[in-house]
Design a binder for this molecule. Structure first.
Ligand code: SAM
Ligand code: SF4
Length: 493
């Protein structure tokens, strides 16, 4: 936020409140929107709508800079436009006027600001149009990103079955062995006491039973089961085994296509936990180096070594868990381009089935945000070149991109890209990102998302982040989740 240029923004006559999409694009372009006049602003941005005729209106954008120069741009909006279309037109006019006034570069994702560009690409595809063409012409994406996201949604559509009864189940264990400096996930340190871990497993078991009832009541089928967090493997051996038993005793794991455990931190994987996963039917696991440099691992507080990544990987390769994913982050503090390319090249030592390359997101709630001034980071241009290198490495590994999402405050306005060898694409990641399949969340901090039958709306329910709030209010929370799920499945009856 500190390096953003302040700009005074005022809007008139829009039929919808567009503050959020407009300020999101401004952040990507390097500006912070403020609504009060301030000595430190770089200029004033005025956005207004004027009706032109019955068929359309004109969205005008004007900038007055500090020397009094005025710049103008406009974009036509059809009369019956929905909120998304209004936002697109307002952003196009705004981007155009800011380019004239401040000479900013064309953003590679054009006027798209959301986390899930694939949802828009899919909507365009289902409307019978060519997403690559529409994304370039109407949303101003650079051609390579428009092609990337179009290819990804086509691949996802070919893999996902689209049966309304097929769902995903997510079980959240929001605890980790230590807190990583860059992380903004709502996780805590795993309490080591047996009493806590016992309580946690008991509560999750109760939660699982409530979900099993719903699944059988509505005749749903779990296509993918994902145990995430946090770091579920931060439970000790006894309670991790217990959690696996609870899952295999309650769900028909044999009928589930994909069962993933996020075992991200190699410092809490061992042969016992891998055996417990094998016995429970896990067939996909994540081991996440994030970087292949020990000095960075120390700097980011991950408390594991590069050697532990090799050891954990070797142990998993001896098991029958067939799909291994590895996560890397581009843009970690103190790392230059060569360091990141080295980490990517090291993936050729493993030949994992999946590789997910993230671009550092610097969020306010991460410890790194508070101290980021003390560190050096690669530039946006360098990060983008590292992503080009990532795609070459993925190709050498026999993988291609199958899922993509963006985050706010992301280095270089890039994207997180998941690569997979053919036939090993993570079903859960695709279901969760597309928001077309129901995802039922179990455990503290989990989210339940149920797409409405109209194909547009999403019913959502979030469990509290705090374990004691979750445990104390379990019955009411299970009822509210059941009500959310009923909004779709009761209607179908
Ligand atoms: C849900 S997190 C948890 C994974 C697991 N606990 C671990 O740390 O290995 C999934 C992935 O998101 C990525 N991630 C987390 N925080 C990030 C950030 N601030 N910027 C970019 N990527 C991030 C990391 O690559 C991480 O492996
Ligand atoms: S990155 Fe993973 S291990 Fe680190 S704090 Fe976040 S969730 Fe926990």
């Amino acid at each position: 936020m500190d390096n953003l240029k302040k700009i005074f923004v005022k809007t008139w006559n829009f039929p919808f409140n567009l503050d959020k999409p407009l300020s999101d694009l401004l952040i990507i372009l390097g500006f912070q929107a403020i609504q009060v006049n301030d000595d430190n602003i770089v200029g004033k941005l005025y956005l207004r709508v004027e009706p032109s005729n019955k068929a359309f209106s004109i969205c005008h954008a004007d900038v007055i800079d500090l020397t009094g120069n005025k710049f103008s741009a406009e974009c036509r909006v059809i009369a019956k436009a929905d909120r998304g279309e209004w936002a697109r037109c307002a952003k196009i006019a705004m981007l155009s006027v800011l380019k004239q006034a401040f000479g900013i570069l064309e953003p590679s994702w054009g006027v798209l600001t959301g986390v899930r560009p694939g949802k828009l690409a899919n909507k365009i595809l289902f409307a019978g149009e060519n997403p690559e063409k529409v994304l370039v012409e109407n949303y101003l994406l650079v051609g390579s990103n428009a092609k990337l996201i179009s290819d990804i949604v086509k691949k996802q559509n070919a893999i996902l079955s689209r049966n309304v009864r097929d769902i995903a189940v997510y079980i959240g264990v929001p605890y980790c062995p230590s807190r990583c400096l860059y992380c903004s996930f709502p996780t805590g340190i795993m309490p080591p006491e047996d009493e806590f871990q016992q309580n946690f497993c008991d509560s999750v078991e109760e939660d699982i039973r409530a979900v099993v009832q719903l699944i059988s009541m509505y005749g749903l089928r779990i296509k993918s089961l994902y145990i995430g967090g946090g770091t579920p493997t931060s439970l000790n051996d006894v309670f991790f085994q217990k959690l696996m038993n609870v899952i295999s005793n309650n769900f028909s794991v044999g009928l589930i296509d994909e069962f993933t455990v996020e075992a991200g931190r190699p410092d809490c994987i061992n042969a016992e936990k891998i055996r417990a996963m094998e016995e429970a039917g896990v067939n996909r696991i994540s081991i996440n180096p994030q970087t292949m440099h020990d000095r960075t691992l120390v700097a980011i507080g991950r408390r594991h070594t590069v050697k532990q990544v090799y050891d954990a990987f070797a142990t998993i390769r001896k098991s029958n868990i067939s799909i291994v994913n590895m996560d890397l982050i581009v843009g970690l503090p103190q790392e230059g381009m060569r360091d990141m390319e080295y980490s990517l090249d090291k993936m050729l030592d493993f030949y994992p089935e999946n590789l997910t390359v993230h671009s550092l997101a610097l969020k306010k709630s991460s410890p790194l945000f508070q101290i980021c001034k003390d560190y050096e980071f690669v530039s946006a241009e360098e990060a983008s070149l590292v992503f080009d290198h990532a795609s070459l490495v993925a190709e050498k590994l026999g993988m291609s991109p199958y899922y993509l999402y963006r985050q706010h405050y992301m280095l270089g306005n890039l994207a997180n890209i998941g690569y997979a060898k053919p036939g090993t694409e993570c079903i859960y990641n695709m279901q969760m990102m597309e928001e077309q399949d129901t995802v039922i969340g179990i455990g503290p901090s989990s989210a339940t998302k149920v797409p409405a039958l109209d194909g547009h709306h999403l019913y959502k329910f979030h469990m509290p982040k705090n374990f004691y709030d979750y445990k104390t209010n379990a019955k009411q929370l299970f009822t509210k989740r059941a009500e959310t799920i009923a909004l779709r499945y009761e209607q179908e009856e």
